[in-house]
Design a protein around this ligand. Structure first.
Ligand SMILES: Cc1cc2nc3c(=O)[nH]c(=O)nc-3n(C[C@H](O)[C@H](O)[C@H](O)COP(=O)(O)OP(=O)(O)OC[C@H]3O[C@@H](n4cnc5c(N)ncnc54)[C@H](O)[C@@H]3O)c2cc1C
Length: 245
């Protein structure tokens, strides 16, 4: 693993403890949207590093969409970084949570809880998903309305890609004008998720899911019950999963 220098250019704060770091990282090698890099800081004499999906395609400035974990080892320090501060970034990205490792299909479901949205932001900013899939649905599950990030960008895709893009925010603890209420799995169960998306989960879909491990396990089990399968290179299916912890 080789480190390269990074400098915080700016920071977008979405809500308390929920932020995107925009980092000057000119030496990071080209990568595929959906892949992750390690971010590292020296904290009290110890090098602390964690993997983060890059929330932007490859360029000189890279975005990382991060939530501060209470009592976490790295995220409180990442949240304290100020523009001009340094951090370490691995030179070479890793991971196979990418569209080129995903099955083809008519519809692409991009399902996330919390900062699991990050890899999709990188993908949607390139032409690849739009070239490969007829319809794209982004499902973002969060606790509070304020945690819904990248909403303007989602609305822009809906405007620019008329009839091809649907954004479904799902908020567990509050009602909102645009969001469904509850958990992703519950809204799949009662049919309101597919109704809102105007698209069904079926064997002609590619389903990416990323974020909270409980959501991933439960959603996967629900979809398996409907005959939708995990995608493997030797045994093609529909579901591709990225676990954050
Ligand atoms: C491939 C990969 C990509 C990742 N990409 C991202 C990303 O883009 N953004 C991001 O915020 N995190 C991401 N993570 C998680 C990240 O690596 C760290 O685990 C997280 O930031 C916590 O680090 P910490 O040192 O502060 O907490 P630690 O002291 O390491 O505590 C870890 C605990 O924090 C909790 N936790 C970890 N990640 C999250 C999270 N995202 N949301 C809520 N609780 C969490 C879990 O309970 C976990 O057991 C990714 C993880 C993997 C494996």
């Amino acid at each position: 693993m080789k480190w390269t220098p990074g400098t915080l250019r700016s920071k977008t704060v979405w809500a308390e403890g929920l932020f995107t770091l925009h980092v000057d990282a000119p030496e990071v090698l080209p990568f595929t949207p959906g892949q992750f890099l390690q971010l590292g800081l020296d904290i009290a004499g110890e090098e602390v590093k964690r993997p983060y999906s890059v929330a932007s395609p490859h360029s000189e400035i890279l975005d990382f969409y991060i939530v501060e974990v209470e009592d976490g080892k790295l995220t409180p320090s990442l949240n304290r970084l100020q523009p001009g501060d340094s951090l370490k970034i691995t030179e070479k990205a890793a991971g196979s949570f990418t569209l080129d490792h995903s099955p083809p299909g008519n519809q692409l479901w991009l399902i996330a809880t919390g900062t699991g949205l990050a890899p999709y932001i990188a993908m949607l900013r390139t032409e690849e998903p739009w070239d490969r899939y007829q319809q794209i649905v982004v499902v973002h599950g969060v606790r509070y309305q304020a945690d819904l990030s990248y909403v303007d960008e989602m609305h822009r895709y809906a405007r620019e890609r008329t009839g091809r893009f649907c954004y479904v925010p799902i908020v567990s603890r509050e009602d909102g004008p645009e969001s469904l209420r509850g958990r992703i799995t519950h809204r799949l169960e009662d049919g309101s998720l597919e109704e809102r998306a105007g698209v069904e989960f079926n064997s002609d879909c590619c389903i990416l899911m990323c974020g909270n491990p409980d959501m991933l396990t439960d959603l996967e089990a629900q979809l398996l019950e409907r005959g939708i399968k995990k995608h493997r290179r030797k045994e093609p299916g529909q579901i591709v999963v990225e676990r954050y912890w």
